[in-house]
Design a protein around this ligand. Structure first.
Ligand SMILES: Nc1nc2c(c(=O)[nH]1)N[C@H]1C(S)=C(S)[C@@H](COP(=O)(O)O)O[C@H]1N2
Ligand SMILES: [Mo]
Length: 450
């Protein structure tokens, strides 16, 4: 495309490379038009079946016929057309992580890199609201407990925390409340996470309740709040970056940790070195990084990002795009039931007649996962996967299955988990909310059978 700019009498012609609009951009800008382009009204005859010519064209793009095409939800982009993001590298992180933002740093993990049962430190996503602290000194780092509902104010060095209290290790799932935000329509502001703001490393530290009991908390305590050592993007040290927390009941659970190690090593700097809170199963925004202060509150903590629209969803369901007043928003507590296919990588090819091993993880913010199913016909048939028990409460669970395909072509494998209360995942988007939280729609991968 030629770009013509008039500068006085001079006429400059600048050549600009023609930019192709990607399928995701099309769907974001105008989902209906995009769906029409891809599926086209003209491509469906009156009975709703796709025209052969269209299916042939789609088959070329996907590398095979979409076998259950007539079941495919029209509003979706076939997973086989998704393109991968450019690799980049962050200190201490796997080069395959996808960067969403570099100031503050936000990076997510593609599903196939989450295949480990225990997420390695270099593959755990990063969600920063401010700037990573510099010049951390282990010898002078302290943790202070105070607040109107603490009996006293106490300060512990790292060495004191490690020697005074019993050490515990748990594998705990951390998922950003906004994981999956990218799919919301109308779009929601914030990091456009797809599926990778989740991970489940092992965490070692002391129980938050042991430390709180050592300080002593008053009977009117209802909430705890955290403060970290990261700095506000403006550089202004008086500005809070984020200060969230959890109700006392969650703080007092056995698995609620003040952790200094991840997978037996120091926590990676980007994930909160040298000390952080870990509340498995709750929005990861509760798990304060670079932790140096905890306040015990006689009211719901009112730190930065506890109020307004942050980490809150409409108390009652609303129509997509609705404007919701702050007073009608409720704080997100435990995360919903969800699953992720981590093997094979989307786009994998197998030979007809071969069994395809699939596997992944499933989790829920409270209780446990009871069943996981997979479908190769867009949810018409769901078959059970083998499911492992969690290693401890609030750790994700592993599922696997061997999949057979009836004929050559393009398929998608979808996964769906069910928890101990019978709650499951929607195939498409769950309830729309202004900030795009809690998307637990089924994950799907593209498979080509040759
Ligand atoms: N001090 C501090 N703690 C924080 C944050 C932050 O920006 N600063 N981000 C929160 C959010 S929104 C998330 S999702 C998790 C991300 O943890 P991770 O970066 O270790 O994956 O940390 C939480 N704790
Ligand atoms: Mo988050």
């Amino acid at each position: 495309m030629d770009l013509i700019i008039r500068l006085g009498n001079k006429r400059k012609i600048m050549s600009k490379k023609k930019k192709e609009i990607g399928i995701h951009e099309r769907y974001t800008k105008d989902p209906e038009q995009a769906a029409d382009l891809l599926w086209g009204d003209a491509t469906r005859n009156r009975r709703g079946f796709l025209k052969k010519s269209f299916l042939t064209a789609l088959g070329v793009a996907l590398g095979g016929n979409m076998v259950f095409a007539n079941n495919f939800p029209k509003e979706l982009i076939p997973a086989g057309l998704a393109h991968t993001a450019d690799p980049f590298s962050l200190p201490g992180k796997h080069p395959g992580l996808v960067i969403l933002n570099d100031r503050p740093i936000n990076a997510e993990t593609p599903p196939h890199l989450l295949d480990d049962k225990i997420t390695p430190g270099d593959k755990l996503f990063v969600r920063n609201n401010g700037l990573v602290p510099e010049n951390i000194n282990l010898k002078t780092w302290t943790l202070t407990i105070e607040g109107e509902s603490a009996n006293s104010k106490k300060t512990y060095s790292l060495a004191e925390l490690k020697s005074k209290f019993k050490t515990h290790t748990y594998q705990l799932t951390l998922e950003c409340g906004g994981n999956g935000r990218k799919e919301f329509s109308p779009p929601a502001k914030g990091n456009q996470w797809s599926t990778g703001a989740v991970g489940c490393p092992t965490w070692t530290g002391v129980r938050l309740k042991d430390v709180l009991n050592d300080v002593g908390i008053k009977s009117n305590a209802v909430y705890i709040g955290y403060y970290g050592k990261d700095t506000h993007l403006s550089g202004d040290p008086s500005k809070e970056v984020i200060s969230r927390g959890v109700p006392i009941s969650k703080a007092m659970e056995d698995e609620s940790l003040i952790a200094w190690a991840m997978n037996g090593e120091a926590i990676p700097l980007l994930n909160g070195y040298p000390l952080r809170l870990v509340f498995g199963g709750w929005p990861a925004s509760c798990s304060g990084k670079w932790l140096h202060k905890i306040v015990v509150r006689d009211q719901v903590h009112d730190g930065k990002k506890m109020k307004g629209q942050s980490y809150r969803v409409p108390c009652k369901p609303v129509a997509p795009g609705a404007k919701v007043e702050d007073k009608d928003m409720c704080i997100i507590e435990s995360m919903p039931v969800k699953s992720l296919l981590t093997f094979p990588k989307t786009g994998a090819t197998i030979k007809l007649g071969q069994e395809l091993p699939i596997r992944g993880h499933a989790w829920v913010g409270e209780g446990a996962i009871k069943e996981v199913y997979y479908s190769i016909d867009f949810g018409t048939t769901w078959l059970p996967c083998a499911l492992e028990a969690p290693v401890n409460r609030l750790a994700w669970q592993h599922f696997s299955a061997k999949v057979r395909f009836p004929e050559i072509g393009y398929y998608e494998v979808w996964a769906k988990a069910v928890d101990s209360q019978g709650r499951s995942q929607p195939m498409l988007l769950p309830g729309w909310n202004p900030r795009g939280y809690l998307n637990n729609a089924c994950h799907r991968i593209a498979i080509k059978v040759q």
